[in-house]
Design a protein around this ligand. Structure first.
Ligand code: GSH
Length: 211
């Protein structure tokens, strides 16, 4: 397998955590998202993922999987141990909802391509872009803080898809200096996850392409 990734991509970070939890080590292929205008826009990468985004996972069969949540659920189906979703359907739905607040509601508003649009097309300055970023992260984190369950992880004693999505978004929020003092439960879950090797190994600074 090959994993198209970028050290700073929080969506690829989710997949890196899931791969580590499953004990899988595909060959990493770094796609630099800003160098030379962004390698994700090259015809070579577009032939892998026409959406021009990471992550993408190329299976041994040659099939290409995209979208972090779809990739993670695929990995969970093919390698069921350890499970990344709880067995109870109601709890599964809650874990997925938590993950989707991050992957569907927060992240698309503050990923690179959205912020570049604000800067390059709508001509907003850095202060406005930072305000936009902080606004959507804080709004989403308020929802997550209210729905998180007693820990140590987001949904109890086992790591789930919720933690896999939370940790990269927390790293991103810290990098962009979002104050986290109003989110003690999220901070505690993040700290609990970071004690696990699968999460630590997936950190941006531990990637071969880290700068
Ligand atoms: N919903 C997608 C989001 C993928 C995504 O937006 N990835 C970002 C990096 S985190 C990217 O590749 N951006 C390319 C760009 O901004 O041009 C997923 O979960 O995989």
């Amino acid at each position: 397998m090959k994993h198209y990734t970028y050290f700073r991509s929080s969506a690829a970070y989710r997949v890196r955590i899931a791969l580590n939890l499953k004990g899988l080590s595909p060959e990493p292929v770094a796609i630099h998202l800003t160098k030379d205008g962004g390698k994700q826009h090259t015809p070579e990468f577009r032939s892998v993922n026409p959406h021009g985004r990471v992550p993408a996972l190329v299976l041994d069969s040659g099939e290409v999987l995209t979208q972090s949540l779809a990739i993670i659920e695929y990995l969970d189906e093919i390698h069921p141990k350890p499970p990344l979703l709880p067995p109870d359907p109601v709890r599964r739905a809650k874990v997925r909802a938590f993950a989707q607040v991050i992957a569907c509601d927060i992240h698309p508003l503050n990923n690179l391509i959205s912020l570049q649009y604000l800067r390059r097309i709508l001509k907003h300055g850095q202060a406005e872009i930072d305000a936009w970023y902080h606004h959507w992260v804080i709004q989403g984190f308020q929802t997550l803080e209210a729905t998180i369950e007693p820990g140590p992880y987001a949904f109890g004693g086992e790591v789930t898809l919720a933690d896999i999505c939370l940790v990269p978004q927390m790293a991103n929020a810290r990098r962009l200096k979002v104050p986290l003092d109003k989110f003690p439960k999220l901070v505690a879950v993040d700290a609990a996850c970071m004690k696990l090797a699968a999460f630590d190994k997936a950190r941006p600074e531990n990637q071969p392409d880290a700068e």
